[in-house]
Design a protein around this ligand. Structure first.
Ligand code: PXP
Length: 254
């Protein structure tokens, strides 16, 4: 059993999705973030998308105020664009996770092509880091991308776990096993290169243990499943259950 404590970052985007279905203020993702913090979340994550389909600029500002006052890290997910860079520089969140973004996608499909966009990403990562945010790159567990991430001077990589989750959902167990082994090797390589390793996307009670068992992973970011389950069972119950699944394989010391 690995004794390092694994942090749970709760992504509250989809509380805003429900709010925006009707307009108005309810349910408020910032109240959701507060509930998640009270229930044991180690961090809050929110994705300010270019099309503002869920989280808005005002949400981000209120989330930053809440996280600052509660002394909890805010992880802002964003595309590497000039507009988002200016917002992040003003907001100064604890962390910025750079993600690929396409307007037509339903969610963040696939990782960032750090190798292909190296020269565009480097100055953005430098500006964000100089401004006090820890920069994380959301990538597939691919050796080329991991080495490219290291060469950008980003502090963190977040390994995209979506393909693993989908393979399990589709009962493609051989594929799932091969993706899990790539993620395990990728986490070890990233750690050896001095990167901090996070993981996220599509994580549920059913698949979290295998991901949490990768020893170099120090943070999981989980959104859609937790918010969906919270509708039935409440935020407190689902966060505690997720925490328990994580602690089952990692212990809760550290
Ligand atoms: N990590 C990153 C970088 C993401 O873009 C997302 C989705 O916004 C998540 C984690 C959370 O994924 P899910 O909502 O499937 O738990």
């Amino acid at each position: 059993m690995n004794s390092a404590k694994l942090r749970l970052g709760v992504n509250i985007d989809h509380i805003a999705t429900v709010r925006n279905a009707r307009g108005g203020m309810h349910p408020d993702p910032v109240s959701g973030a507060w509930a998640a913090i009270k229930s044991g979340a180690d961090g809050i994550t929110a994705h300010l998308r270019e099309d503002r389909r869920h989280i808005t600029d005002d949400d981000m500002e209120r989330l930053q105020m809440l996280c600052e006052s509660e002394n909890i890290p805010l992880n802002m997910e964003m595309a590497a664009t000039e507009e988002m860079l200016e917002i992040a520089k003003r907001l100064k969140p604890h962390a910025v996770c750079l993600v690929p973004e396409r307007r037509e996608e339903r969610t963040t499909e696939g990782g960032l092509d750090v190798a292909g966009q190296h020269n565009t990403l480097v100055p953005i990562i430098r500006e964000l880091s100089d401004n006090g945010s820890r920069v994380s790159l959301f990538i597939e567990a691919d050796e080329n991308q991991i080495r490219a991430a290291k060469s950008t001077n980003a502090a963190v990589i977040e390994i995209h776990t979506g393909a693993y989750a989908h393979a399990l959902d589709d009962e493609k167990n051989d594929l799932a096993a091969s993706i899990l082994s790539s993620m395990t090797e990728g986490a070890a390589l990233g750690d050896k290169l001095g990167l901090e390793i996070h993981a996220g996307h599509g994580i549920t009670f059913d698949n979290v243990r295998e991901i949490a068992a990768i020893p170099q992973v120090v943070e999981l970011n989980i959104g859609h499943f937790l918010i969906g389950e919270a509708i039935f069972h409440g935020m407190d119950s689902v966060i505690k259950e997720m925490r328990a699944c994580m602690d089952e394989v990692r212990g809760n010391s550290g």
